[in-house]
Design a protein around this ligand. Structure first.
Ligand code: PLP
Length: 368
């Protein structure tokens, strides 16, 4: 059986009437940028995330950068704390603001930003913290918020991998003024191209962000009122996102079902450990494996696709050498990067396929 790491086909098939209807509306109106589809999606996505406002932008990277800028983060004298284990785009977004990045280590069990390590690395220059809800898990937002308050820093949540996750039953916007999402195709809610959004409960911030992503223009005019950027979600992507959004809860529930199969079958085996997770929307199912690269090859030889999220911690990537850290400085992130492997997980992945993945892993470990 061939099992890819991700498969979009069934998802497109299941939603075809909905996206075709939206595309027909779009072609009827011929309004291709910042029109009815984007406005409709912004209202629907804000509601789905339990937020008052949503401002869409071109990418998740832009969402993080623009949120930080709106919070006043753009001086080289300012420092932004972020975990070393995340997509490089988190770091790229912070670096684009002009502020300095201070990478912190992760909790060795959950692989999420460790608030205690972050506290130890904070300085008087710390102006923001960017917790990353990695793999669909949710960070300890109470600890992060309390650290931020102590430092007088803003929290911009990177929820690019966590559409729909709650913290202690509450929407993420209850814990910080900005939450950034990506709609990269593989995400729990993905477009068929790039896209991103910031959700917030603050009306004035939403109005500023809305103008900023549109060149800083005064709405409805050709006047640039403030220096901005051109980073807009396009109408066509909004058509797909509006068709997919009503399915998000069902798709997340399916991901959780597959994750339960993996967890039950892989817990307690020697040589492999599922990453411990409390609350998650299961963007990825990640295990730590002693012979990770060999296991990956074994699975590939049986037609099973996997991923590594991520092979190198950000403080050791060439783009971030200026951060001042070297090998050995963030041991938990460095160790995790050598061991982690993401198993196939997506809506419509069958339970039989999940059992096949488990069977091949057990075979590799020499159990069966
Ligand atoms: C954790 C995280 N942050 C930021 C991003 C950036 O999102 P985008 O690719 O939409 O710019 C991604 C996705 O790649 C991500 O997974």
């Amino acid at each position: 059986m061939k099992i890819p790491a991700v498969d979009f086909r069934p998802l497109l098939d299941a939603t075809e009437p909905a996206w075709r209807a939206r595309l027909a509306e779009l072609f009827g109106r011929m309004n291709f940028v910042l029109g009815e589809q984007v406005r409709g999606f912004e209202t629907e996505f804000a509601a789905a995330m339990g937020a008052k406002h949503c401002v869409t932008v071109g990418t998740g990277t832009a969402a993080i950068e623009i949120a930080l800028r709106d919070a006043g983060i753009h001086y080289p004298a300012q420092e932004v704390i972020a975990p070393a284990l995340t997509a490089p785009f988190t770091g790229v977004a912070i670096a684009s603001t002009g502020a300095r990045i201070r990478f912190a280590d992760i909790d060795p069990d959950t692989l999420l930003l460790d608030p205690e390590d972050a506290a130890g690395r904070a300085t008087r220059a710390t102006a923001a913290i960017v917790p990353v809800h990695l793999y669909g898990q949710v960070c300890d937002l109470l600890a992060i918020r309390s650290l931020a308050r102590k430092l007088g820093a803003v929290v911009v949540q990177d929820a690019c991998q966590a559409h729909g996750v709650l913290f202690r039953g509450k929407p993420l916007t209850a814990f910080s003024p900005y939450v950034a999402y990506s709609f990269y195709p593989t995400k729990n809610l993905g477009a068929l191209g790039d896209g991103g959004a910031i959700v917030t409960n603050h009306a004035r911030a939403a109005a500023r962000l809305s103008s900023y992503r549109d060149g800083g223009r005064v709405p409805g005019t050709q006047i640039a009122g403030t220096p901005g950027q051109n980073s807009r979600l396009d109408e066509m992507q909004a058509c797909y996102l509006r068709a997919f959004l009503p399915k998000l809860a069902e798709w997340n529930a399916h991901r959780a079902r597959i994750a339960r199969i993996y967890t039950a079958a892989l817990s307690g085996l020697d040589g492999i450990t599922p990453v411990r997770t409390s609350t998650s929307v299961w963007h990825l199912f990640v295990v730590r494996a002693r012979r990770r690269d060999k296991l990956r090859q074994h699975l590939a030889s049986h037609g099973i696709g996997t991923g590594i999220h991520y092979p190198v911690p950000l403080h050791l990537m060439p783009a971030f050498t200026g951060c001042g850290l070297k090998r050995g400085d963030l041991p938990h992130a460095e160790k995790a990067c050598k061991e982690i492997l993401s198993l196939p997980l997506y809506p419509y992945l069958t339970e039989a396929a999940a059992h096949e993945v488990v069977g091949r892993i057990r075979q590799f470990l020499g159990r069966d």
